[in-house]
Design a protein around this ligand. Structure first.
Ligand code: PEP
Length: 246
């Protein structure tokens, strides 16, 4: 199944207009690797200016609300981030599941709202270290997937990111066997939920301390279709080699 590799940076709460030069340089790096789909999910305040300089890279948002509009002070709807210039959105990042207490039902609603607004979606899943050490990582992630998967999920608009919480920003990554096992299990669950044809087109990204040194090995694993990259995506000099590795 020919799935195009997808490498997406997540800038989290980092980035002012002064950093638009990095966006531009990352866009240039993306242009040098047309076989890879490259994007940057920037803070909402940067979506519009980043879009103007991102070249071959798409610009995405890091969250959207599950409702179309209403009394939700401080929140942004999918239509708003779309209008600002985002083509994609991350939903269910573990930092939001933890800090904003987002449930998997909330995440499924956000994904549906995003689709309705014409956005593509990266849906994040991942277990804590306690869950991994307790031998329950597979069960946990598959249940999170079942509860977060929006109705009508399809490869044309949905990608999954497996991001073990204990690997995010820590410099620690799972073994290649653990990544392969988890991605294979997610693929299997998607086949059951969506049927083999649809499931085999869905890209499953790995996220958590991806860097220039480990990207090629991770991206070569079966059922790893690219990466969601935090810290190393902030600068073109560290992100470009990861794009090249895909
Ligand atoms: C992330 O938060 O999505 C992430 C993968 O971060 P990092 O690459 O810094 O571990």
């Amino acid at each position: 199944m020919g799935r195009r590799k997808l490498v997406v940076g997540n800038w989290k709460m980092n980035g002012l207009r002064a950093q638009l030069g990095e966006v531009e340089a990352i866009g240039r790096a993306a242009g040098e690797h047309p076989a890879v789909e490259v994007g940057l999910c920037v803070p909402a305040t940067l979506i519009e200016p980043a879009r103007a300089v991102a070249g071959a890279a798409f610009i995405g948002a890091q969250d959207c609300h599950g409702a179309r509009s209403g009394a939700h002070t401080g929140c942004l709807s999918a239509e708003m981030v779309r209008e600002a210039g985002a083509g994609w959105v991350i939903v269910g990042h573990s930092e939001r599941r933890t800090d904003q207490h987002e449930s998997s039902a909330d995440v499924a609603a956000k994904a549906l709202a995003a689709r309705e607004a014409g956005l593509k979606v990266i849906l994040c899943l991942g277990e804590s270290l306690d869950t991994r050490d307790g031998g329950k990582a597979l069960d946990f992630v598959l249940e999170q997937l079942a509860r977060s998967l929006p109705e009508g999920a399809g490869a044309d608009w949905l990608s999954i990111a497996y991001e073990p919480i204990w690997a995010i920003g820590t410099g620690r990554i799972p073994t290649m066997e653990q990544i392969e096992e988890m991605h294979g299990a997610i693929r299997g669950a998607l086949r059951e939920a969506l049927g083999a044809d649809a499931a085999d087109g869905v890209r499953i990204l790995y996220g958590g301390s991806v860097n220039a040194g480990n990207a090629a090995d991770i991206f070569a694993l079966p059922d790893v279709d690219g990466g969601l990259v935090g810290g190393a995506s902030l600068k073109a000099e560290s992100f470009a080699p990861i794009i090249a590795a895909a």
